[in-house]
Design a protein around this ligand. Structure first.
Ligand code: PLP
Length: 334
């Protein structure tokens, strides 16, 4: 393991690793992946990724377990989601086998960057699919590059399972109602920067609402929203929400805990009826939400406990760390 890295000091920031993996698509064919230490790619100034945002990405984690084995979490599901993102913006799909081969190669080539088990840190992979054809006329290209880079990331809950505060945003939409919000494409993220910069300046996370009515909960920045109400696990149903792999896993675990899981549009006003609220995603698993401020209606929703969320967090963490049986085969052991 890399001795010069202070694993406990890592956050969700880019830390350089040794190799990136790259495969190119040309004449309808994917090349064999290569590993290279070169982190810059030559890109034509007229590339469709640069000019028209023809770009999609993913986020996948590898974790060192209690048994010292390394587990990659739901790699095939991330591959399938990248395929749906590719289709959404007229790019060729990366075959699932190629995606998984590249992740495994990225892991092997950067294995010294997988953090020690007890730090709860992990090695994060960022697969990218870029349109590289030069095109001045607006439209998709026919050449693409698939890249995976890796960066170790820290345990989000170093200071304990601390609740955060979100503020409801009705002034900037991250994605249109029937747009590409359900896909992991770069444009959705840049579209939200104006809103998140502003809420971060105020010290809050940004809770996006639906673009049509601004009455329903959409996304918690780059995470799905979930709420617990008695025996119910609630999460928004919307065309503009990214189908989170973490949320899908938590829904399964919630059902196994005896909760009823409901995916349904959630009105902002329904926050008053929830016992617990949280954001979920690969980086954090679950980030409990203590307060949600609705500045347009001068309302504040508070959530004092996060008992169910904490149990779900520990359940999923235990599966990822090899401390609990992986009944659903979510982990690829390397
Ligand atoms: C917009 C958005 N929503 C939700 C998520 C959570 O998804 P996942 O659990 O697959 O990381 C992410 C992160 O990938 C995201 O970018």
């Amino acid at each position: 393991m890399k001795k010069q890295i202070d694993w406990n000091a890592l956050g969700f920031h880019y830390t350089e690793t040794d190799f990136i993996i790259r495969a190119d698509y040309k004449d309808g064919q994917w090349s064999k992946p290569i590993a290279t230490t070169e982190k810059y790619i030559p890109l034509h100034v007229a590339a469709t990724a640069l000019n028209y945002g023809q770009e999609a990405f993913e986020g996948v984690k590898a974790i060192r377990g209690v048994d010292n084995k390394i587990r990659i979490f739901r790699m095939q599901d991330h591959a399938l989601r990248m395929q749906s993102s590719a289709k959404a913006i007229a790019m060729p799909e990366v075959p699932v086998e190629l995606f998984c081969e590249c992740i495994e190669l990225a892991l092997q080539k950067n294995i010294e960057y997988v953090p020690p088990h007890d730090t709860l840190a992990s090695l994060y992979f960022r697969p990218l699919l870029l349109g590289t054809s030069p095109r001045l006329g607006v439209g998709p290209g026919d050449e693409y590059t698939f890249i995976i880079y890796a960066s170790p990331i820290g345990n989000y809950f170093k200071g304990g399972f601390q609740p955060t505060t979100f503020i409801i945003n009705r002034h900037v939409d991250r994605a249109a109602t029937l747009g590409v919000g359900a896909y992991k494409v770069g444009g959705n993220y840049a579209a939200g920067f104006r809103a998140t910069q502003e809420t971060h300046r105020q010290g809050y996370g940004c809770l996006f609402t639906d673009a049509l009515t601004h009455q329903y909960i959409d996304e918690c920045e780059a995470a799905n929203f979930l709420g617990i109400k008695g025996n119910l696990y609630l999460t928004p149903d919307s065309h503009s929400i990214l189908p989170s792999v973490t949320n899908r896993s938590l829904m399964q675990l919630a059902q196994e805990m005896g909760l009823e899981v409901k995916r349904t549009p959630i009105l902002v006003t329904e926050l008053a009826t929830l016992d617990e609220a949280a954001a979920c995603g690969t980086a954090t698993i679950i980030a409990p939400i203590g307060t949600i401020i609705d500045p347009d209606h001068n309302l504040t929703y508070s959530f004092a406990k996060h008992t169910v969320c904490e149990q779900l967090y520990h359940d999923l963490l235990a599966i990822q760390h090899g401390e609990k049986e992986d009944k659903h085969g979510w982990c690829t052991i390397v």
